[in-house]
Design a binder for this molecule. Structure first.
Ligand code: KIV
Ligand code: ZN
Length: 518
């Protein structure tokens, strides 16, 4: 059966979108899950773009073994060299090098003639192949390029050694018929196209990214690129989980293999949503929380008589199985450890002891500890313990009354390592907290967006807050989870600030280390 490779770019094109900023530990956790999901290629970042991206790509390249790990590079030697340093430890070093080919990009962005663009692309691919066994070349804005020019440049980059060629619809402008026709045209006209992998990369500006990716597959694409939950710049990228499920459910029509483990989809989607802070719309296909909810009486009646009347995808297919038995305060360490293993977490004995103590503390406050709660505890143990926050919230107290002025008092560490308490008022409890934190944090902070939601069900469910803010000119997203949404909100605010400060302090430490060596 023909096989379609899934190229996941959640950590590059997805992470590139405004306000998403994952640290290395979070990226590594997502990459491990993408490997479990069965992604053929994981684009781990853009190594030359920042020291943080370089470090994450390097860590992922040396950790992931069952998926090919790649990194993005511009068609310049220095980017290719930096990417090689980041990727040389990978099982099969793979580079993704790109250059724009549409008239508008060549003239206004690159300020190059088509002939110059061909020369730069060929040079870059040859140079990349002198280091990497696998090189993907992408024609940025391919869909708006002259098809005859695309044929010319693809002929040349394939002759120069590209092992994959990618035809992005960078601005999400294509219709399925047109995008499919372009693939058919390239298949029929590019020399050597059958020797390389042909890839589709679609953006969702007109809501057609998934349909366009499938049209490309129907017309000869061997690989589809996209992100989990469709996250990405502007309207995002093609949602890989939707393509995978569509190809599976309509196997009768498409007759294709993908290598994707569908029962890992739910977990991958939740992990990406929690770590990026990008909340999934409830009616989102496949992974939205209402994707399997049947509300209308007629539908419910039909479902009771035969689920297939209205259900074409089962929750079990994507791993959204019924909640296993909840744990409670009397559950022992063995049952707890067992659950961690079944949920796919590998924790050392020390980590297990620590998270078990947190579990007991939570079990004192909450009747039942659900799978969702455990997921939070285990992930936090693996991720947040890897970095010491600059502002570490010790306590928060909020006074609110219908006829009183809301006041918040926050006790936290500060960059000088002292523990300080600050208090002030606001029009509401959340504003009082944010105003107080603004007094604590040195710098200019503007809140751009703020959302609270519950994790799991029930009145005692954990609360999650996501704060998107601008701190000294950088857009950041912070997450906080606590039993109380006000505490979660304070944590989310400080988490966003800490992300920037921890990253800056790591970069300063690295620069100092380089200066010392020199
Ligand atoms: O959308 C795009 O063109 C890209 C390229 C870098 C492949 O993301
Ligand atoms: Zn893209």
């Amino acid at each position: 059966m023909r096989r379609i490779d899934f190229f996941d770019t959640t950590l590059r094109d997805g992470e590139q979108s405004a306000g998403i900023n994952l640290n290395t530990a979070e990226k590594l956790e997502i990459a491990r899950q993408l490997e479990r999901l069965g992604a053929a290629v994981i684009e781990a970042g853009f190594p030359a773009s920042s020291p943080g991206d370089f470090e994450a790509v390097q860590r992922i390249a040396t950790t992931v073994r069952n998926s090919t790990v790649t990194g993005l590079a511009r068609a310049v030697k220095s980017d290719i060299d930096t990417s090689w340093d980041a990727l040389k430890g990978a099982e099969q070093p793979h580079l993704h090098v790109f250059l724009a080919t549409s008239p508008i990009h060549m003239e206004y962005k690159l300020k190059k003639t088509p002939d110059q663009v061909v020369d730069i692309a060929v040079e870059a691919v040859k140079y990349a192949r002198s280091k990497f066994p696998l090189v993907q070349w992408s024609a940025e804005d391919a869909f708006r390029s002259d098809p005859a020019f695309l044929v010319r440049i693809l002929n040349e980059v394939i002759a120069a050694g590209a092992t994959t060629v990618n035809i992005p619809d960078t601005v999400g402008y294509a219709s399925p018929q047109e995008y499919g026709a372009l693939f058919r045209f390239l298949k029929e006209n590019v020399r050597g196209i059958d020797r390389v992998k042909l890839s589709a990369h679609c953006h969702d500006d007109l809501g057609m990214a998934v349909a366009n990716s499938i049209a490309a597959i129907e017309n000869g694409a061997d690989q589809v690129e996209g992100t989990i939950n469709g996250i990405g710049e502007r309207a995002g990228n093609a949602a890989l989980e939707e393509i995978a499920v569509a190809l599976h459910i309509r196997k009768d029509f498409y007759n294709l293999e993908t290598g994707i483990r569908l029962n890992e989809i739910k977990r991958t989607s939740e992990l990406v949503s929690r770590l990026t802070g990008v909340i999934i719309q409830p009616n989102k296909a496949v992974v939205g929380k209402n994707a399997f909810a049947h509300e209308s009486g007629i539908h419910q009646d039909g479902m009771l008589k035969n689920p297939e009347t209205y259900e074409i995808i089962t929750p079990e297919l994507i791993g959204a199985t019924k909640e296993p038995l909840a744990l409670g305060k009397h559950s022992g360490r063995a049952a707890f450890k067992d659950r961690a293993i079944t949920m796919g977490f590998t924790l050392s004995d020390d980590q297990l002891n620590e998270v078990f103590a947190e579990f007991k503390e939570l079990a004192d406050k909450k009747k039942e500890i659900t799978e969702d709660d455990l997921f939070v505890l285990f992930t936090r143990q693996q991720l947040e313990k890897t970095e010491t926050p600059i502002y570490d919230l010790e306590s928060i107290q909020v006074q609110y009354g219908t006829n009183n002025v809301p006041t918040a008092t926050v006790t936290s560490t500060n960059p000088e390592g002292e523990t300080v308490s600050v208090a002030t008022t606001g029009a509401g409890s959340v504003e009082a907290i944010f105003n107080t934190l603004e007094l604590l944090v040195k710098g200019d902070v503007h809140i751009l967006d703020y959302q609270v939601s519950s994790i799991g069900k029930g009145r005692d469910a954990l609360g999650q807050a996501v704060v998107n803010l601008n701190f000294n000119g950088t857009q950041l997203t912070g997450r906080g989870i606590a039993q109380d949404v006000l505490e979660a909100s304070a944590k989310a605010y400080l988490n966003a600030i800490n992300r920037q400060l921890v990253r800056q302090s790591l970069e300063t430490q690295k620069e100092l280390a380089v200066e010392t060596v020199n």
